[in-house]
Design a protein around this ligand. Structure first.
Ligand SMILES: Cc1ncc(COP(=O)(O)O)c(C=O)c1O
Length: 396
């Protein structure tokens, strides 16, 4: 299938292989933002007029669409955020700060994005929790067994990515969840890298909290979702206070709006939220199964072709997601990234916000090639041709 008509960026003469950073946006999403900004760009909950009601209705429809997409029980379990980073901060400082005490243990791992490590480090400073890092294997993968090794009577929560943004390994969240819940341990899942690529079912997998950003799944930047079981959201405190999240206040007291509005202080990113509904529709139209099959074929082809170039190291051959990491010995990843840029090929180089991963794997930085369903074999061929020009890379 050719997606060029739907994605204006695909008509530029570039090859976009940085989908793990952010995806491209289809016209239906772009048009929805234009429609809001040009036809009914009112605020919500703040005006007694039709277009303000319409905005509220559109936002609620998006909440319901997300509920259905991740199979949450109740649309009030869907909280709009500015993205995964904000969602994780809200979970750590709004929920766990009030439910953990000195000595309680949190299990993370060194394959996590900064946004799933740094808030916990700050909480450690504030209240004295203990952070344990489950050991990754030689491929950088995390197993349930390795999590089990860290569990003690003090373990309260495990927080991890469903798919990691560097290694691209897919964690078995179903088995991890059932094991943890057998021990009364809470489970936080960062679905930033999985939401656009595979089915994420919070009910089937019994997930306590989950976050993702819309921009990694065809949506625009600046918005995202925090899912929490209603019973946990009832126990979570807002971390941002202001308009829209309170019913009333006086000199002493604030009475909070119902869930989820108490967690959505100020003006939320209406344009991005409304248009995300179109993103979900688009993904559903293509079908998550088709997306997974297409990505697997593209990935297999990419790995096969990369393997034919003797000086390319493929660093995550065993991973199964659409992320492929490469290096060339003796060449800095940023130099390789800039060389590919000179060929109009967009990749990402460096450590990708996962700065402790180097403690556990044999490489430090890398060039990340991240695919999505609209990428093509021809684009991969262009990358391969560029990588075959060894002398040009060396001399770049
Ligand atoms: C696994 C993971 N978690 C969290 C984030 C943070 O997402 P955002 O910057 O949209 O908040 C990213 C972004 O790259 C990510 O890959």
């Amino acid at each position: 299938m050719n997606y060029k008509n739907d994605f204006p960026m695909l008509s530029n003469d570039i090859v976009y292989f940085d989908n793990a950073a952010t995806s491209l946006k289809p016209m239906s999403v772009i048009n929805k933002e234009i429609e809001y900004l040009s036809m009914y760009s009112a605020n919500m909950k703040r005006g007694d007029y039709d277009i303000a009601f319409k905005v509220e209705d559109e936002v609620n429809k998006c909440r319901e669409e997300i509920r259905e997409y991740i199979n949450a029980e109740d649309k009030n379990e869907i909280v709009f955020t500015s993205g995964a980073t904000m969602g994780l901060n809200m979970i750590v400082f709004g929920y766990f700060k009030n439910h953990l005490k000195k000595g309680d243990e949190v299990i993370l791992n060194k394959g996590e994005h900064a946004s799933n490590i740094l808030p916990w480090m700050i909480l450690r400073k504030e209240i004295g929790i203990v952070i344990k890092y489950a050991q990754l294997d030689c491929n950088g993968f995390l197993s349930l067994d390795s999590i089990k090794k860290e569990i003690t009577a003090n373990t309260r929560v495990v927080s991890l990515s469903h798919i990691t943004n560097v290694i691209g390994d897919v964690r078995d969240i179903s088995s991890i969840s059932s094991y943890l819940h057998g021990k009364g341990i809470l489970f936080v899942v960062d679905a930033s890298q999985s939401i656009a690529h595979t089915k994420v079912d919070v009910t089937l997998n019994d997930i306590d909290f989950l976050v993702f950003s819309f921009h990694k799944m065809l949506g625009s930047t600046g918005s995202g979702c925090l899912y929490g079981k209603y019973s946990l959201l009832k126990e979570m405190m807002p971390t941002i206070y202001g308009g829209g999240m309170n019913i009333d206040f006086n000199e002493e007291e604030i009475s909070l709006m119902p869930i989820p509005y108490r967690f959505e202080a100020g003006t939320i990113n209406i344009a991005s939220i409304i248009s995300f509904r179109e993103a979900i529709k688009y993904v559903n139209k293509v079908g998550l199964n088709n997306i997974m099959i297409t990505e697997k074929h593209l990935r297999d082809y990419l790995i096969r072709e990369l393997s034919k170039i003797p000086y390319i190291d493929i660093l995550n051959k065993e991973a199964t997601s659409s992320i492929v990491l490469i290096n060339i010995k003796g060449i800095d990843s940023s130099k390789l990234g800039l060389y590919l840029n000179s060929k109009k090929i967009c990749t990402r180089s460096g450590v990708h916000c996962v700065k402790m991963l180097k403690d556990e794997v044999s490489f430090d930085d890398s060039v990340r090639i991240s695919l999505y369903f609209y990428n093509t074999y021809e684009e991969i061929d262009r990358l391969i041709d560029a990588l075959k020009e060894y002398d040009n890379i060396i001399n770049f």
